[in-house]
Design a protein around this ligand. Structure first.
Ligand SMILES: [Zn+2]
Ligand SMILES: [Zn+2]
Length: 366
């Protein structure tokens, strides 16, 4: 059971004289404080609850030494120690916001993303490139909530910070362009979106390589724009690139997994959120291939095989079997197709693990 959030009225004499307290979420005057850490304040129970779910339950006790420090004196804890704690706090906030975003919980991601920004400003100062990850998280959360004005606002602050730091890393450039591209897709400015995705791919390639799965996401986003523009041949070639990258990537991971087949497949390699995202992407592509007038069985086989491997690696054998069969059917339509054998091998593996239940697979079987 998770601990419940608890608020109590602020005890005025526990605070330094004249120190007015503001709500953690909306910065309005606070009337409540967290009864566990006593260093976090809220305007009302509603905001306390939202913050608790969003981030506070993860960091409540971590905040005590950080915030007690500002309330009391600076001498009790060394400056370095405080900086380390703050860096830790920023990292936790970033990870929590990121994982909520990948689960599609945009509203819940906001408290963590907001605190990430506030702490980053506190540690690195305003307009620094270190704030960009927080801006990108806030932009993504607001994108999910449909607040496009706020997205544009956060992204332009991120752009400004990047512009001012010429030594800023490639990853930041790639992420910023990806976010800008998605914003322009949402506002309907497809040409600008394409321009941003092209930059996204350029920087991702520089950092991760041409064959990286990170780069492939850029191709996929670009294909989405070309779909909107009705440029199907381009969509087709981008999807084929994405499928090629993922097929290689998953095949490699399946190989290493086979070596330790006695151990049930677990979520160790892909976290669940990432798997959901990749699964969605591959399904879009499979649907495209199946609806395509050309109905190329080789392409259907590759994408379905990817989905089968992904499901297998995630321990979902039923799904692996379903996609495996689709892949097998397609691959048998092409004589001497080099996929038939690996697909059959995968299906065999699924069968073995399916009939010998072990703790790791029990849940996904039923
Ligand atoms: Zn509030
Ligand atoms: Zn607390």
């Amino acid at each position: 059971m998770e601990a419940e959030s608890q608020g109590s009225a602020i005890i005025p004499f526990a605070l330094p004289k004249g120190a007015e307290k503001f709500c953690e979420l909306c910065q309005r005057e606070a009337r409540l404080q967290c009864s566990k850490c006593r260093v976090t304040f809220y305007c009302a129970a509603e905001h306390q609850q939202a913050d608790w779910v969003g981030i506070h339950k993860r960091i409540c006790q971590l905040l005590v030494p950080i915030r007690a420090l500002t309330l009391r004196s600076l001498q009790q804890t060394s400056h370095t120690e405080a900086q380390i704690k703050k860096a830790e706090l920023i990292e936790i906030c970033r990870l929590v916001a990121q994982s909520k975003l990948s689960e599609g919980k945009h509203q819940e991601a906001l408290p963590a993303a907001q605190l990430c920004l506030r702490c980053s400003i506190d540690v690195h100062g305003p307009n620094t490139v270190q704030l960009v990850p927080a801006y990108l998280l806030l932009a993504e959360a607001n994108m999910g909530l449909g607040n496009l004005d706020l997205v544009a606002d956060f992204l332009s602050q991120a752009e400004w910070a990047v512009l001012k730091s010429p030594k800023c890393g490639l990853t930041i450039h790639h992420q910023l362009h990806r976010s800008l591209g998605r914003l322009h897709v949402a506002t309907g400015d497809l040409e600008t979106a394409l321009h941003n995705f092209a930059n996204d791919i350029y920087f991702a390639t520089e950092e991760y390589g041409l064959d990286s799965t990170v780069t492939s996401r850029g191709y996929f986003l670009m294909a989405d724009v070309f779909t909107k523009q009705g440029k199907m041949p381009t969509v087709r070639s981008l999807y084929s690139e994405v499928a090629r990258i993922w097929h290689r990537h998953l095949t490699r991971h399946l190989e290493t997994r086979k070596e330790s087949i006695q151990n049930p497949p677990v979520d160790s390699f892909y976290d669940k959120a990432e798997r959901v995202e990749v699964d969605e992407m591959l399904r879009t592509m499979l649907e495209f291939e199946q609806k395509d007038t050309r109905k190329d069985p080789a392409r259907i086989a590759v994408v379905a095989h990817c989905l089968a491997m992904l499901s297998f690696l995630g321990g979902d054998f039923l799904k692996a079997q379903g996609f495996g069969s689709t892949a097998l059917q397609a691959s048998q339509l092409i004589p001497d197709h080099d996929l038939t054998e690996p697909i059959q091998a995968l299906l065999q593996l699924v069968k073995i693990l399916h009939t010998v239940p072990h703790p790791g697979s029990a849940e996904s079987q039923y």
